[in-house]
Design a protein around this ligand. Structure first.
Ligand code: B1M
Length: 232
């Protein structure tokens, strides 16, 4: 990544590409306030919230992920970047959720037991809200019991599970088995996602679908909800 320039940067002087580049750099460096200002500037330029999210924040986080993997960044730096990402997402969240449309379904979502990664899960929740779903977010580190209790309390159409670690993704099977044991598996659409998963894994644990990213999660949820409605 490029060094932070010493001179004052005047955001309106930057092209959109330079602005996005700066947003990615500042996210990488964990500068939350700067990221918020740049997100606001990009929106003021007429970029859609979705484009700011994907071309600025998610693109920046991808670089953080690669450098974390390669041992260039370490946990404290990644945490700072994650904080900056969350600050930017907080600006976009109400805009992405602003549809005014009637709710088209209800989703309970959470990261599985043993796993504290929540950025991707939060993004999925935001995009689902934006698409007109009611979203109940259980946060991180959810046991099967917590999922079951939330399903009983909220009666969702969809259960979404996220896992970012190869060591925690098998826990999704534990949750699905618990749904089967309770006799409620067939009442729910189960969607799973997270970087280490794939479609074969989702099929193996008998989830309804693997969602590569938040946009796919929305499309899949809408498609499976429509199929379900057509059957009833
Ligand atoms: Co972690 N971490 N981390 N980490 N971390 C990864 C996942 C890792 C791949 C990094 C690496 O080595 N390259 C690696 C896992 C390796 C493996 O399992 N094979 C790893 C590790 C090892 C760890 C620790 C064990 C490190 C340590 O302590 N030694 C530790 C684990 C702690 C734990 O969970 N018990 C740990 C800790 C952390 C931080 C706390 C520092 C921080 C998390 C902060 C937070 O989430 N609040 C962190 C981060 C940020 C990452 C990376 C860099 C970025 C993850 C991220 O937010 N990506 C990550 C590297 C990477 O993934 N490239 C890494 C951006 C996000 C938008 O993408 O989450 O994939 P993603 O979500 C996407 C899709 O996957 C999908 O849609 C999302 C949006 O498009 N999706 C869903 C996700 N969930 C979905 C659910 C759905 C549908 C779609 O439901 C329907």
């Amino acid at each position: 990544m490029t060094e932070q320039p010493e001179e004052e940067i005047n955001l309106p002087d930057l092209s959109v590409e330079e602005l996005l580049e700066l947003m990615m750099d500042d996210l990488y460096d964990g500068y939350a306030d700067e990221v918020v200002t740049e997100v606001q500037e990009a929106l003021a330029r007429g970029m859609t919230p979705y484009d700011v999210l994907t071309q600025g924040l998610v693109a920046g986080m991808d670089i953080v992920g690669a450098d974390f993997r390669d041992g260039i960044l370490f946990v404290p730096e990644v945490l700072m970047a994650a904080k900056a990402m969350k600050a930017g997402m907080a600006v976009l969240r109400p805009l992405l959720a602003e549809t005014g449309a009637p709710k088209i379904g209800k989703m309970v979502i959470g990261t599985v037991k043993g796993d504290i990664h929540d950025i991707g899960k939060n993004l999925v929740g935001m995009m689902m809200e934006g698409a007109g779903f009611e979203v109940i977010d259980l946060g991180i580190n959810n046991s099967a019991e917590k999922y079951l209790a939330a399903i009983e309390a909220h009666q969702p159409d969809i259960l979404g599970m996220s896992a970012l670690l190869t060591t925690t993704m098998p826990y999704m099977r534990v949750v699905i088995d618990a749904l089967k044991e309770k006799g409620i598996r067939q009442n729910l659409i189960v969607l799973v996602g997270g970087a280490p998963l794939n479609a074969a894994f989702a099929e193996d644990i008998e989830a309804d679908a693997y969602c590569r990213d938040a946009a796919v999660a929305v499309e899949t949820a809408k498609k499976l909800m429509a199929l379900r409605k057509a059957r009833t």
